[in-house]
Design a protein around this ligand. Structure first.
Ligand code: PMP
Length: 289
């Protein structure tokens, strides 16, 4: 595997960053997880938009222009000769001193890892995930906006530990008010009497790009979408439930806190959305070669 760091490619064993990088010392930086399918990068523009927004929100000036970043991403996949896979695009604050002050960091570092991995095995898409509610609350937007896809993911990591310890596939995170925000690395949707519901972004979830793609597919299929504040009751009593994320794609959920959702099997509307999503991933995106 060849990894891009600041304009050059390195073999995995030589792809290293400084111990003085504020990305390591403070989680000071931003990232994107991006997928490519069939030789095309899916939703690249949306990922770059979000990277730019995250960077702006933390006062980090990206060291590459939008065109240069696009080319670096495409080159990272080309360099590895891949057709399908996952890209981790990381921008750290760069090398500085031990103090917090980011002004000591002269230049942010760009790291791009293109790999051929997928998150969940195919049988989980057929069977569906079991989800539990985590005690760890999603970080309050007033403390630090969950819209920033930052290198500080401890809030999510702690929730993920709870899910893993409970033997669940994902963990549901509530906000400080007790409303549903999202899962540790995915957004959540339910279907109830033919309508799709997902928590509003103001509840504290990330504005997921897969979430936005589901909105488009729903419009295409004539399924109404609403974004009301949601509680766990809404999920317990849903007809169908699924999660969305770049790595997870669209994955059915069959239980929350051991309560079966619907009949405890992936639902028919979820299956329709997954089928259309897969068509889109295969047929759209920025060509790599
Ligand atoms: N929420 C969180 C906390 C995430 O990290 C992610 C990305 N893995 C998502 C939601 C889903 O966002 P996207 O569809 O853009 O990958």
């Amino acid at each position: 595997m060849k990894i891009y760091i600041d304009g050059a490619f390195y073999p995995e064993s030589e792809a290293k960053v400084s111990v003085f990088d504020h990305g390591l010392l403070y989680g000071d930086g931003v990232f994107e997880g991006i997928r490519f399918y069939n030789g095309r990068v899916f939703e690249l523009e949306a990922h770059l938009d979000r990277l730019w927004d995250s960077s702006r929100a933390i006062c980090l000036t990206l060291p590459l222009s939008r065109e240069e970043m696009t080319e670096a991403v495409l080159a990272s996949v080309r360099e590895n000769g891949l057709q399908d896979g996952y890209i981790r695009l990381v921008v750290t604050r760069g090398v500085g001193t031990l103090g917090l002050n980011p002004e000591t960091c002269k230049r942010p570092s760009v790291i791009i890892i293109a790999a051929s991995i997928t998150l969940y095995p195919e049988e989980l898409y057929l069977r569906g995930l079991d989800v539990i509610t985590c005690g760890t609350r999603r970080i309050a937007p007033g403390a630090f906006s969950p819209q920033v896809k930052s290198l500080n993911y401890l809030n999510n990591v702690l929730a993920k530990i709870e899910a893993v310890q409970a033997g669940a596939g994902e963990g549901l995170m509530l906000n400080e008010q007790g409303y549903v925000a999202e899962c540790t690395g995915d957004n959540i949707f339910i279907l109830k009497r033919g309508t799709l519901f997902t928590p509003p972004i103001s509840a504290g979830g990330l504005r997921g790009i897969t979430r936005e793609v589901v909105f488009k597919i729903a419009a295409e299929l004539g399924i109404a979408v609403r974004e009301p504040e949601m509680t766990r009751y809404d999920i317990y009593t849903a007809d169908e439930c699924f999660l969305t994320g770049t790595a997870a794609e669209i994955i059915p959920v069959i239980s929350l806190d051991k309560r079966l959702i619907g009949n405890g099997k992936p639902g028919p509307q979820t299956a329709r959305l997954i089928a259309r999503f897969r068509e889109l991933t295969q047929s759209s995106g920025t060509p790599i070669y």
